[in-house]
Ligand binder design. Structure first.
Ligand SMILES: N[C@@H](CCC(=O)N[C@@H](CS)C(=O)NCC(=O)O)C(=O)O
Length: 278
């Protein structure tokens, strides 16, 4: 692991690293924010999964999360959104291939060789972070859009690994949305039965009572992707079906951008703190 950037921020440190991922079979970059409290002992950690076209940098540069993370004493880890590199399969579209890994493990050629983002964000990266940084085993997960869905999916598939989950503008039901259908057809194949295990609304509707985590979702009502791609009502129906403790907040006038995320990241961080420090 090689450190490639280090910036002091609100008394803590933003750092970027490169490492060779065994799971993805390529060199990856990720970012960490370490709050000042990390200098004197282990701190809980929030994983942030970004949306289409993003890298580890969008959240760290645009969300303005460092001030509140420093106050609360929460580390934040932001991975990239796909495997990367010249030898890694790609597509000309912004919504498939590099920058658009959808946090699934691909089963189809040519994607299956590198696109194993679920295993990367839920297992390889947390193990690497635990080995190199002063973090406790209290872990939460959050994300935006494709990454909002990824966060919900990770929390639903591995509830034992997290204490809480949140999302901004998630693609709530990808098996029924154009972005999700395009990506899942490529990564998982034509058989839609195989897609179900990677859809947060499908998983939430079936979540057993003892596998449910506190969940907060924030949606902007002026988000141009809301009706066609995001479909938050699918998640609401799923939560109602299983009794899942989902808090869905709708915000008038906000769009899909980081201006929206920056406006409510404090609320999401305080939500997670209530569980990370419980
Ligand atoms: N480029 C796409 C949208 C991509 C997009 O909105 N990406 C979101 C995540 S889904 C994002 O966070 N973009 C990067 C940024 O705003 O920093 C389009 O124009 O339709």
């Amino acid at each position: 692991m090689e450190m490639i950037a280090s910036n002091k921020s609100f008394g803590g440190w933003h750092k970027q690293y490169r490492h060779d991922s065994a799971v993805l079979g390529c060199r990856m970059r990720f970012a960490v924010y370490l709050p000042p409290q990390a200098a004197s002992g282990p701190v809980p950690v929030l994983y942030w999964l970004s949306g289409l076209t993003c890298s580890d940098e969008n959240f760290m540069q645009k969300a303005g999360a460092q001030r509140v993370a420093a106050e609360l004493g929460i580390a934040i880890v932001a991975p990239d959104t796909s495997p990367r590199g010249e030898g890694v399969a790609d597509d000309a579209g912004y919504d498939l291939g590099q920058g658009a890994g959808f946090y699934v493990n691909a089963s189809e050629a040519p994607w299956m060789r590198h696109y194993r983002m679920y295993d990367y964000v839920s297992q390889e990266l947390p193990a690497l972070v635990a080995a190199h940084f002063p973090v406790s085993d209290r872990r939460a997960i959050a994300g935006h859009s494709m990454g909002g869905h990824g966060a919900l999916m990770c929390a639903l598939k591995r509830p034992q690994d997290y204490v809480s989950v949140s999302a901004f503008s998630p693609i709530a039901n990808p098996v029924n949305a154009p972005w999700g259908q395009k990506a899942f057809a490529a990564y998982l194949g034509a058989d839609r039965a195989a897609w179900q295990a990677w859809d947060a609304s499908v998983l939430m509707a079936a979540a057993a009572a003892d596998a449910q985590l506190p969940a907060r979702v924030d949606i902007g009502l002026a988000d141009g992707f809301l009706a066609e791609q995001l479909q938050p009502e699918a998640l609401e129906r799923a939560a109602a079906a299983s009794g899942y403790p989902l808090q869905l907040h709708r915000h008038d006038g906000y769009d899909h951008s980081y201006y929206f995320i920056a406006s409510f990241i404090e609320a999401q961080l305080r939500f997670h703190a209530g569980h990370l420090f419980a």
